[in-house]
Design a protein around this ligand. Structure first.
Ligand code: CU
Length: 451
């Protein structure tokens, strides 16, 4: 008897949970209502079967409970009941699967007027490419991938020259313009997902997969990598802004083409040296850093990273509220008014001798190794050298006290929380790998052993 009541209450509880649960679909922002429709049918069919079977089970437990004088009857065959159940099950299964076949048929048939764009996934960032004026994306291959050509665009292919390259995880689309996303991976499986778009698809190394949709609602939505296998996919975040055509046109016109990125003049080191005079007061003549002024060592740091940080200070993506040390940088970064000036000064800093910074932090090196090896080496590399491919800077030989303040800042939300700081956002998540200040010191002490 008690069992029958428990089963019945489980059924009632499940139904209440289903409808009252806060984990429901996001608002839909494309015309893929048919996908929600098929999911809802599946809920109705499986929900009905769930309720019917369990209530019937509870009923039987109650109805045929043990009673004195009653004897069970054995009824091995019931052709009528079996026929009814077979038909009923068939109807249920067809209702669940048939709509999906129609939806899939339209999923694999993009409309004629769909504009193409490319999504490139790599550990652990998104990048995007749009065909230029010719409407054709140039061919690409991982064999061409380099720091100056992160998309691996074939330099011999004239179609690729006017391709618009967005080396940033934030992309834009025009509202009500159907698009076909071509999905390509530079390394492992990834999965391009925007929950509000309802469509998602794996990126498979070695081939180009696709999906299409018609964005119908303006707004900014999160891009996620919903690949489960492998490491770090959960930190692959980006955003897509759906906006009126005019805004989209202005945005895309401001992005560089592949030809632009290849035609950049070599930085002017002498001009960088002249501008560095203002920086030396804090960072030192040779970029060796000065802990008294909270200014880290920048000698030996990778030029692409220096450039990105200076641009982030200029945009306010770093050095905002609560970041008193970072805020000191804003005025000095703003002195570098052009992209050339930023590149020149980074090139000058690259000429400094890279003498390892003085060790100021002690800790449990074995524990530090354990944390670093499991959580950090995938991006910052085993030797802590950092690499442009994962966007992760050099840690080995840099100021250890600065390491501690930065990890603390990531954890406190002082750094990496600005919407324009997608790279810092990864570290907000990774910084939780260290439980407390003691463990942060352990990792710093381990990094001090890397040369
Ligand atoms: Cu991924």
């Amino acid at each position: 008897m008690a069992l029958a009541v428990v089963i019945f209450l489980l059924v009632v509880g499940s139904i209440i949970f289903h409808f009252a649960s806060p984990w429901w679909f996001t608002d839909i922002a494309t015309d893929w209502g048919s996908i929600d429709f098929t999911i809802n049918i599946t809920f109705w069919v499986t929900g009905f079967v769930f309720v019917a079977c369990n209530v019937f089970l509870a009923y039987c437990i109650w109805k045929f409970r043990q009673r004195d004088g009653h004897k069970a009857v054995y009824e091995p065959e019931n052709a009528g009941l079996e026929a009814k159940l077979s038909i009923f099950t068939t109807v249920g299964v067809v209702a669940m699967l048939a709509p999906g076949l129609f939806v899939w048929a339209s999923f694999v048939t993009p409309p004629e007027n769909a504009l193409e764009y490319e999504v490139l996934g790599q550990q652990w960032q998104w990048q995007f490419r749009y065909p230029g004026a010719d409407g054709i994306l140039g061919t690409a291959d991982t064999g061409f991938v380099s720091e100056t050509n992160p998309f691996g665009i074939n330099p011999e292919d004239p179609n690729g020259m006017d391709d618009v390259v967005v080396n940033d995880p934030n992309m834009h689309l025009a509202v009500n313009q159907p698009v076909k996303a071509l999905l390509r991976s530079n390394d492992v499986l990834h999965n391009y997902t925007v929950p509000q778009f309802r469509v998602k698809m794996d990126l498979v190394p070695g081939l180009v997969s696709y999906l299409w949709f018609d964005p119908t609602q303006e707004g900014t939505y999160d891009i996620m990598c919903e690949e489960l296998c492998g490491i770090g996919h959960f930190v692959m975040r980006g955003s897509v802004t759906v906006e009126p055509q005019a805004d989209y046109d202005a945005w895309i016109a401001a992005q560089p083409t592949f030809a632009d990125t290849q035609a950049l003049a070599a930085p002017n080191v002498a001009a960088g040296q002249a501008q560095y005079a203002a920086c030396a007061a804090c960072h030192g003549q040779n970029g060796e850093g000065n802990p008294m002024l909270n200014a880290p060592k920048i000698a030996g740091q990778q030029a692409w990273y220096i450039e990105r940080q200076l641009n982030h200070f200029k945009q306010g993506a770093r050095g905002g509220e609560g970041d008193t040390n970072g805020a000191q940088m804003t005025a000095f970064a703003n002195m570098l008014t052009t992209d050339e000036a930023v590149r020149n000064i980074a090139a000058y800093i690259a000429t400094f001798p890279d003498t390892p910074a003085q060790t100021t932090i002690a800790g449990d090196i074995a524990n530090g190794y354990d944390i670093y090896d499991r959580n950090c080496a995938a991006c910052h590399l085993d030797n802590g050298a950092g690499i442009w491919y994962t966007d992760a800077p050099k840690l080995a030989g840099m100021s250890d006290w600065y390491f501690v303040t930065q990890i603390s800042n990531f954890r406190a939300g002082i750094r990496g929380n600005h919407p324009a700081d997608a790279y810092g956002e990864q570290m907000v998540q990774m910084a939780t790998a260290m439980g407390d200040l003691e463990e942060i010191n352990d990792v710093a002490a381990y990094i001090n052993t890397l040369r």
